[in-house]
Design a protein around this ligand. Structure first.
Ligand code: NAD
Ligand code: MG
Length: 295
């Protein structure tokens, strides 16, 4: 019998909980499910070399675990204060029998982006998957209260690093490599309280489609994933007002599936877009939203 998608993952209300951004997944209740217990690989990425930003927690962690279990060596980037989450991911990658490389640092710093790519390339002995998952989201209800500093930091975190990391990585990437960005349902249908964040997610769609056309000649494919409401540290550390947390993904916002998604429900798409199975897929956005429309 197939599993019922409404009940396949956590589908109760969430307890209110707040952490300062970026937050630790380790301290969330319930803990996000990143496929730690469930993801099974089948050699789809044997011998591949992946760099995943935001790989310590949430969606990036789900991608990192899946890549390792599919046979890839994996470097992850995250902020220094997320070291405890990153150590768990390192252990999971190593338990899959693959090499794990931890490279903490702030993507708002242009030079760090170039160092990150060089170090990942050197320590992995190559680079053919670039999964750009890191992001910042802070909800502010009234534009009158939206600080310029936040607008800048949201763009500096969500948009600029995509240019810097791609610029540095492309010369290292052989034909058949894949770049995967992470947009959002917000890039299509913005929430009124996410004016800065939603605009960066629209920018990511434009960047992805344009870069895909630019580097198709190099046989590097570029695609984006558009998640809906997914239970991760981003949401409890200011991504949502606390009053939205209990019914996150069921009523705030309402989804046809009726619950929040878990990062593990995105793993197979990050794998697909990285693998040879998506050889005819480029310049596309793949939505995983619990049924919220993105077109
Ligand atoms: P998350 O908090 O687990 O991941 C975000 C990661 O971004 C953090 O772990 C952190 O390592 C990284 N990050 C933030 N600022 C950084 C900086 N200055 N330098 C380096 N790294 C930095 O949350 P998540 O929800 O898994 O987020 C992953 C991506 O998914 C983000 O791009 C987010 O916008 C996107 N997304 C999430 C949802 C959702 O509902 N959770 C929905 C749509 C899109
Ligand atoms: Mg994190």
């Amino acid at each position: 019998m197939p599993k019922d998608p409404k009940t396949q993952y956590y589908h109760d209300t969430f307890p209110k909980q707040f952490q300062d951004a970026p937050g630790l997944q380790k301290e969330m209740e319930p803990k996000p499910d990143c496929g730690e217990e469930s993801y099974k690989g089948s050699g789809k990425l044997n011998g591949r070399k992946a760099l995943v930003t935001g790989g310590d927690s949430g969606i990036g962690r789900a991608a990192a675990i899946a890549y390792a279990r599919e046979g890839a060596d994996v470097a992850i980037n995250y902020l220094p204060e997320e070291q405890p989450d990153a150590e768990e991911v390192k252990q999971l990658i190593e338990e899959a029998g693959r090499k794990a490389v931890l490279i903490p640092g702030d993507l708002k710093d242009e030079d760090f982006n170039y160092k990150l790519v060089e170090e990942a390339h050197e320590q992995l002995g190559g680079l053919d998957i670039l999964a750009l998952v890191a992001g910042k989201q802070q909800a502010v209800e009234d534009i009158a209260d939206l600080p310029t500093e936040q607008i800048k930091e949201t763009y500096e975190t969500n948009v600029y690093p995509l240019y810097w990391l791609s610029k540095a990585a492309i010369p290292h990437m052989p034909a058949g490599s894949s770049i995967i960005t992470t947009t959002s349902v917000e890039g299509f249908n913005p929430s009124p309280m996410l004016l800065d964040y939603a605009a960066t997610k629209s920018a990511i769609i434009g960047f992805t489609k344009g870069l895909a056309k630019q580097i198709a000649d190099k046989s590097i494919r570029v695609n984006s994933v558009a998640p809906g409401p997914i239970w991760t540290p981003l949401q409890i550390s200011g991504g949502q007002p606390q009053e939205n947390i209990p019914e996150f993904g069921s009523n705030t916002p309402p989804t046809p599936i009726g619950r929040a998604g878990q990062p593990a429900e995105l793993s197979s798409v990050y794998v697909f877009l990285a693998s040879e199975e998506s050889s005819y897929v480029t310049a596309q956005v793949y939505s995983i939203t619990g049924g919220i429309p993105t077109a």
